[in-house]
Design a protein around this ligand. Sequence first.
Ligand code: HEC
Length: 229
Amino acid sequence: MNMKSMLLGLVAATSMMVSTQVLASGGDMHLKHAEINVADQEQLLRGLTVFTDVCMGCHSAKYVTYKGLMDYPELGISREMADELRGDKALTSGMTTDLSPEDAKESYGKVPPDLSLIVPGRRGGADYIYSLLTGYTHDPAGKVADGNYNEVFPGHLIAMPDPLSWLDHDEADTADLEKQANDVSAFLAFIGDPHQNERRAIGGYVMGFLLLLALVLFLLKREIWKDVH
Ligand code: HEC
């Protein structure tokens, strides 16, 4: 294999990795883009607060335990913070809502899904969550009541009441609501795949190593062939 085809191979491998990332993040034209950074501690902690203060009124993230929260360097959660968050729940308990499935059914007609794996589980991922939270609007056909019409929810009729009060917000609050929606989307994207930062770092080292290897092989090849004309 000569240097040219080796380089071409590397370029092809890199672009394949990039394009699967793009595909995995969903190509839906109607979704808004979520401004998230799953390595940004401040955003993740703000998102955690939105999650515990608002979403956990109805939803759980049962695969994330309070103890588990302390294990991620991205969050930097101390034992005191974990104790404060868990209240009288055990440290090893998952983040579960106090709303029982029966009461949820009675109030909303549906049991709110667990959100631990919602970002990897929905097409569009964090963009979908962000678009959903900011997607409450008036039904253009005037059929669905305000608060149950969502522009990105499949079928548009959603049982979740507008959790950030997007619909009856003051125009001045728009930026604030967008921020809350972004922050909680970042938190959900993080817990849905908590090793993604680590994996990305390893991916960087691997690519660096491969490039270095390519260079060494190229120099070696030149050395071996230098007397052959
Ligand atoms: C008052 C209760 C309540 C609150 C608070 C609430 N939700 Fe929901 N949520 C629901 C219900 C009920 C559903 C099921 C909706 C359906 O299937 O029609 C749901 C569904 C969802 C879904 C799944 C949508 C889908 O594609 O199936 C997501 C994502 C979601 N909620 C995110 C959130 C987030 C994030 C928050 C906090 C900002 C939140 N919810 C707050 C009740 C709630």
